[in-house]
Write a protein that binds this ligand. Structure first.
Ligand code: 3EB
Length: 367
């Protein structure tokens, strides 16, 4: 049967991999998947962009985030998103994007630290929604938001809070309840640059996950700003051959309050407790989906098998965070450390994660 053929269409659904600078210079393989950049939907890249990209690579929608990477050995500073039959790169109101039959990756950078953040974020989110509606990928799965000077004052309000004002205004205009459409997300500050956003959106609705240990971000009280952040704790996306788990930036927040002020190791452990709970929520949904597909239950998502990104406010904390991760998850982790400003001043660390499990089990495929 076709299922055993690696070239069957089901082998081509969305997947991700670390991207190394050296790989950007060649044509193939683009990654562990041994395919060329014609299958690339986009790249999220941290730190110094690679030089001497191959022409094929240079055309890929490339989100360049000017944040210092705290360790370049082995891990690579990029995240490559691969699809199936991927379109040529297109542009829409400043957004560069590619899509396949299921999913669209787009990225845009605008403005600078002197722009009004609420105006910029509303503008970017409105453009994004126009693109998604016109192109036919109405469901947002994941957004990455990076803004210069996140704690800076912007017309009497912190720039992160202005970002939330603009983002929510764009969602309001869409007239969908945030509880039923908020994507997985992250929002971090960088020293330089403007406002860069990357996103994945698809033709199918993701399953939205919340964390019972935390108040939903869209229900935070207004002590954190006049408009709440619009994101879910994670999205679980059913693809043809896999389930994708996209976990939002997660920090040491219980209820709606920041915990363990000044203690980066305790913040890391609390963050991992939050991520574990999100993974447990995802596995509950996965088991229900497997039952629905009449497939046997597999092990599901595992914390130490996720692709992790750790944002630390102070570079000197990276070693302590790495030690905590080693103790809690083991040493053989797929993790990249980046220096960034977490959106609440007292938070020293934030961790985001992505995972993928096969939808069709091996024993089924053999038939
Ligand atoms: C938090 O849990 C920490 O504004 O899109 C994490 C992920 C955070 C996404 C966002 C903010 C955002 O509230 C901060």
């Amino acid at each position: 049967m076709l299922m055993n053929n690696p070239e069957s269409s089901s082998a081509h659904a969305l997947r991700f991999a670390r991207l190394f600078a050296e790989a950007c210079r060649g044509f193939a393989p683009a990654s562990q998947y041994e395919v060329g950049f014609e299958r690339a939907l986009g790249v999220v890249w941290f730190g110094e962009p690679p030089s001497d990209c191959s022409p094929q690579m240079a055309d890929v929608p490339f989100m360049s985030v000017p944040m210092p990477v705290l360790q370049t050995d082995r891990t690579g500073a990029g995240e490559l998103w691969l699809g199936g039959a991927v379109s040529a790169t297109k542009e829409f109101e400043g957004i560069r994007y590619r899509a396949d039959d299921d999913v669209l990756f787009g990225t845009i950078t605008i403005g600078g630290k002197d722009n009004h953040m609420a105006v910029d974020s509303q503008s970017v989110y409105e453009r994004m929604f126009r693109l998604l509606d016109q192109a036919g990928y109405p469901y947002l799965w994941r957004t990455w938001n990076f803004l210069a000077d996140i704690h800076g004052n912007d017309q009497g309000l912190e720039r992160y809070r202005q970002f939330n004002v603009g983002r929510q205004a764009a969602y309001d205009a869409r007239q969908q309840a945030v509880e039923s459409c908020a994507p997985a997300a992250c929002a971090l500050g960088m020293r330089d640059g403007g406002f860069c956003v990357g996103f994945l959106a698809g033709r199918v609705a993701p399953i939205l996950l919340e964390n019972p240990r935390q108040v939903s971000a869209y229900h935070y009280p207004d002590t954190y700003g006049p408009r709440s952040p619009t994101f879910s704790r994670a999205t679980l996306v059913p693809l043809s051959d896999a389930y994708l788990l996209l976990i939002s930036g997660t920090a040491s927040i219980v209820g709606h309050e920041s915990r363990h002020l000044g203690n980066v190791r305790a913040q890391t452990r609390e963050t991992l407790a939050n991520i574990s709970e999100i993974v447990a929520q995802a596995n509950d949904r996965l088991n229900a989906a497997w039952a629905n597909d009449r497939l046997p239950q597999g092990p599901g998502f595992m914390l130490n098998d996720l692709q992790l990104r750790v944002y630390v406010r102070r570079p000197e904390d990276a070693d302590a965070v790495r030690r905590e991760l080693g103790v809690c998850l083991g040493r053989d982790l797929n993790v990249c450390f980046v220096q960034a400003d977490v959106c609440r001043q007292e938070l020293l660390v934030e961790i985001e994660a992505s995972g993928r499990v096969r939808r069709t089990r091996d024993d089924q495929e053999a038939r």
